[in-house]
Structures are given as C-alpha cells and as structure tokens.
Design a protein around this ligand. Structure first.
Ligand code: 13P
Length: 302
C-alpha cells in the first residue's frame, strides 16, 4: 500500500491500548526483515533511521527501499527519521518521502524546544506526515547523541501539557527513566510519571530505549499510553551476532549472501517477538481502514 504517515496508526494504538514498534534499520536486509516480520503477523510497523544512516545510505535510497518493501507486503508501514537535531536534514528527509520525523531539541531549554518544534510543525501541518518531539532527556547513546546518566532528565508532566498546547505536536516522547543502549542494571522506569503524563495529554506517547526492557514492563508502559516503542540496540545485536557466529564457524567465508541471510533471519525473529509483545499483531486491517476513513473525511484529517 506504500508508505503512510505514522499518525493514524499511533492514534489508533493509543486509543485502543496497544503499541507499535519502530525499528532502527541500517541496511536493505534490515528493512526487509522488519517488514516481512510485520507481514507474517499482520501488524503495522514503523521503519526508522538515524541521521547517521541518512548520511551514509542517502535519504532517497532509504525511501526507495522502504517504499518498495511497503508495496510488496500488505501491512501499514511508516518511515520515520529518528532523533534529528538539524532542520536541514528534516527538510531533506521530508522532501525525499519520509512520512514521519523527530525533531529532537530536548538538549535545549524548554522555550527553545518549543521554537524548534514549531519550526518543523510549520512544514508538517501542510503535509501528511507525523512529527515527534522529546521532553526531558533520554540517557545513553543513540548515533551522535550522547546523554550521560547525570544529564538524563525525566519529563515534567505540566511541561508536557504546555508543550502540546503550544506546538500541537501529534506525538510526544517524554523521558521516563529508560535509556538508549543496553542497561548496566535494571531500567528504572517511572510508571507513575507515565500515568500522570498520559492522563494529562491525549497524544500517543513514545517509549525510547526499548531494548532490554523486561517484557512485563514493556506491556505496562504500553497499557499506560506508550503507543510507540523504539527498538534499536537489540535489533542490531541480533543482526550482528548472526554474522559474527557465521565467521566463527567458517572464518574463510566470503559470500555475503550466506551471512546476510542469516543476519536477516535473526533480525526478523527479533522484530516479530517485539511486535507480538506490544500487542499489535493482527491490527493491520483495522489500521488500513482507519487510515482510509481519515483521508476521506476532512474533519478527521485535521
Ligand atoms: P535502544 O537502542 O535502547 O533500543 O533505543 C532505541 C531508541 O530509542 C531509538 O530512538
């Protein structure tokens, strides 16, 4: 069906209490691993890339591959730009065909975060694309963005209300104790804070740092309003471990098709387990119908 905005799928997920996984992808195999995993369980899915991947692969190439995969399989697929601090890269990706973008101005004071988010909203409101912004600061490492444990900051619920009021951003990532990368100990998730924020704002919330969170905690976050869960590290680990094992078993191997197909299968299994965990298996048709209805009804579209 081609790439669609992530807005309708996330709205539906938030209102019905299930989640949608956004996987960070870095290659053609990873794009296909994720879309095929979603297709096998008839789930909506979000492909996302970091700015680093946009710079190394090229926005047009990523869009072409994601578009092709989404046309080959009959499930709703969105393409999202993760953690972008550069306005010019956001514009480049929107022009190339991304259907969702994150403006990450969380490292700036509140007023500057509002201003930078509004700058992106100014373009997005004329187009059928989703915008995500972050409040508080998610710890850990994602691409070139490094936030130490000391600098990580949880989102303030009253600021979330003010932020949504002043930006009208359709998706919000409040920092609530998770971190990017693999945890040194157990993640310290502030469930009370998620509940407070979800009670105050209606927009779908985004759980960053979705790797290595215990399953029961993921389900609790989703049930409280975290409609999008980002997974990067665990997918990369599954993909890379398969390649590493291939070379341990056969150090002289040189046919990329052999180790890349193992990597793809490992990534696909991981993607399917996360998709099933957040409860969106079987939701593809419902989302497709909601998306069509939204497009045919101008009141719903605004
Ligand atoms: P993980 O690397 O912890 O899965 O986090 C991914 C993420 O939040 C991307 O924005």
């Amino acid at each position: 069906m081609g790439l669609i905005s992530s807005t309708p799928m996330l709205e539906k997920a938030r209102s019905e209490g299930f989640g949608i996984v956004a996987f960070n992808v870095h290659s053609l195999d990873m794009i296909y691993a994720v879309v095929e995993a979603a297709d096998e369980v008839k789930a909506p899915v979000i492909l996302q890339t970091t700015v680093g991947s946009v710079k190394s692969l090229g926005a047009e190439n990523i869009v072409a591959a994601a578009e092709k995969a989404s046309n080959q399989y009959n499930v709703p697929v969105a393409l999202h730009l993760d953690h972008c601090t550069e306005y010019s890269v956001i514009v480049q990706c929107i022009r190339a065909g991304y259907t969702s973008v994150m403006i990450d101005a969380s490292m700036h004071p509140f007023e500057e975060n509002v201003r930078k988010t509004n700058q992106v909203m100014e373009i997005a409101k004329h187009l059928d694309i989703n915008v995500e912004a972050e409040l508080g600061k998610v710890g850990g490492v994602e691409d070139d963005i490094v936030v130490s444990d000391e600098d990580a900051q949880k989102a303030v619920p009253a600021e979330c209300v003010e932020f949504i009021k002043r930006t009208k951003v359709p998706t919000l990532a409040p920092a609530i104790g998770t971190a990017h990368g693999i945890y040194k100990g157990e993640p310290d998730i502030d469930f009370i804070r998620i509940q407070e924020i979800a009670h105050l704002v209606e927009v779908p919330l985004v759980l960053h740092g979705g790797s290595a969170i215990p399953d029961e905690d993921v389900k609790r976050c989703v049930s409280l309003g975290m409609a999008k869960m980002n997974v990067s590290t665990e997918l990369k680990n599954a993909y890379s471990a398969a390649i590493r094992n291939h070379f341990i078993e056969t150090p002289e191997a040189l046919d990329p098709r052999q180790y890349l197909s193992k990597a793809k299968n490992a990534a696909k299994d991981l993607a399917q387990s996360k998709i099933t965990l957040v409860g969106c298996a079987g939701k593809a048709t419902e989302i497709q119908e909601y998306e069509k209805e939204k497009h045919s009804n101008p009141i719903m579209a605004n």
